[in-house]
Design a protein around this ligand. Structure first.
Ligand SMILES: C[S@@+](CC[C@H](N)C(=O)[O-])C[C@H]1O[C@@H](n2cnc3c(N)ncnc32)[C@H](O)[C@@H]1O
Length: 454
């Protein structure tokens, strides 16, 4: 299973693969070839995710245990070393077992010479616990708070800084949030209304529990396999974070006068929110148009909407050059491309791949998509602007700019989104809402609701 974890780390490193996409098929293959049980799968997953999340911390430890700069260590050797450090400092695997299993892995995948190097370095790592190393490799908080927290919680310094800006809190809550980014999220199911019920999912998924906030959510027990559930296989239910469910439900429930029969999801791929919106639209006799620019993601939307009981259409279309008439829709969602800083717990390598410039990089597209969303709604219609980033540059600043801009061809006013997430506490001062992993157990989804006025 360590070899499998190594294979995933190499794919992430060499071809910028996503661990959450590469790992599952490898686990399936290992299960199919036998001798690989649920515990092995859980350990392999933990090794991959834990190693990737804490890459910066482990690099700092390794830099202190090698006599050459880390950039001169071959990447495959560094991957084996990081796997070893994670076992030593981030799991309960006894030191001798962690070292010998990692050296054995090194022998198989790197050869005897480099295995000796791995052995020597890992023995140095065993000199201290994680806390002992952090005291040695992280600067004191008082000297450099962001660098300190970055190394202690395994986040790049600029990400600590960006999340701190977004949260606007003191040290304690910031640390709770950074720690939440390092926890594996529970697998949450959505019972698509009219197609499945939470009761059906609760009965089918052993030890599952109702969601915290969304009326459509069921939380699976640790190790539960969504693919084993008939409702999921048939597309009547799906896997979806509660934050995403709340965003779709709030848009669907926003007060609206006049017709309510044409809904648009303008950034639909891969189709999670579109599937929930389409099911909610069907119950109300409305039709959903789901648009997505990238053809392969549009195909995923087609799959996600298959079997939806009401009318829908999937378009491969650029939301900034709409393929539909202006003012054609009563409700519009744009869940825009963003840095994903609010979903770091889901994509363990993402925090190390993003660059500070990305925050500003998405801004023109985000503004254009929101502008066109407003033009696509009829006067009186509702527009939801969502991101899975909590950073003000991608959230409130975009909405404020678009509302203030002249020449957009559409004016709009805020709708208070908070009452549309009933029972959910600590959503912010409104009228928009911000969810947080450490407060709500969801991704850090942002939602602004607007009504087109003219
Ligand atoms: C954050 S994701 C949407 C997630 C989706 N709402 C869900 O819940 O599954 C943003 C999507 O917008 C798409 N996109 C990017 N630029 C676009 C554009 N100009 N027009 C339409 N879609 C675009 C991306 O390909 C991506 O699939």
């Amino acid at each position: 299973m360590r070899e499998l974890a190594f294979e995933v780390l190499r794919a992430v490193d060499e071809r910028d693969a996503y661990a959450n996409l590469v790992l599952p098929p490898l686990l399936d293959k290992a299960r199919a070839s036998g001798g690989f049980d649920t515990r092995d799968a859980a350990l392999a997953t933990e090794l991959v995710y834990g190693t990737l999340r804490r890459q910066g911390t482990y690099d700092a430890v390794l830099a202190a245990c090698t006599d050459r700069p880390l950039r001169e260590v071959d990447p495959p050797v560094l991957d084996v070393l990081s796997l070893g450090v994670h076992q030593l400092l981030g799991t309960r695997i006894p030191d001798h077992a962690a070292v010998s299993a990692t050296v054995e892995l090194a022998r198989r995948v790197l050869g005897d010479g480099r295995a000796k190097f791995v052995n020597a370095v890992l023995r140095r790592v065993t000199a201290h616990s994680l806390d002992g190393w952090l005291e040695r490799v992280a600067p004191p908080y008082e000297e450099d708070p962001e660098e300190h927290l970055g190394i202690v919680h395994g986040h790049p310094r600029w990400v600590v800084s960006a999340l701190w800006d977004a949260l606007g809190s003191g040290r304690t809550e910031l640390e709770e949030m950074l720690a939440a980014n390092n926890e594996r999220p529970e697998v949450t199911l959505v019972a698509r209304p009219g197609r499945s019920t939470t009761d059906e999912l609760l009965a089918a998924a052993e030890d599952s529990r109702p969601g915290h906030w969304s009326p459509y959510a069921v939380r699976m027990a640790e190790g539960g396999d969504p693919g084993a559930l008939e409702a999921v296989r048939e597309g009547r239910a799906g896997v979806q974070d509660e934050g995403s469910q709340l965003v779709a439900a709030a848009l669907a429930d926003a007060p609206l006068e006049g017709p309510d029969s044409r809904w648009l999801d303008g950034c639909a791929g891969p189709g999670g929110k579109a599937a929930l919106l389409a099911a909610l639209a069907a119950r109300r006799g409305a039709a959903l148009v789901a648009a997505e620019k990238r053809p392969h993601r549009a195909r995923l939307v087609v799959r996600a909407l298959e079997g939806n009981p009401g009318p829908f259409q999937v378009l491969t279309a650029d939301g900034t050059r709409p393929a539909w008439r202006p003012a054609a829709f009563d409700r519009v969602l744009v869940d825009v491309p963003c840095t994903g800083l609010g979903a770091l717990r889901r994509r363990p390598e993402a925090r190390w791949r993003r660059r500070p410039g990305d925050l500003a990089g998405f801004a023109p597209l985000q503004r254009a998509l929101l502008t066109h969303a407003l033009r696509s709604a009829r006067p009186g219609g509702v527009v939801g602007y969502a991101t899975c980033s909590p950073h003000p540059a991608e959230t409130r600043a975009v909405v404020d700019d678009v509302l203030a801009a002249s020449g957009t061809g559409a004016t709009a006013e805020w709708i208070d989104a908070r009452p549309l997430l009933p029972g959910v506490p600590e959503l912010g001062e409104g009228p928009d809402i911000q969810l947080w992993p450490h407060r709500h157990g969801t991704d850090a989804m942002y939602l602004a609701l607007l009504r087109r006025t003219a």
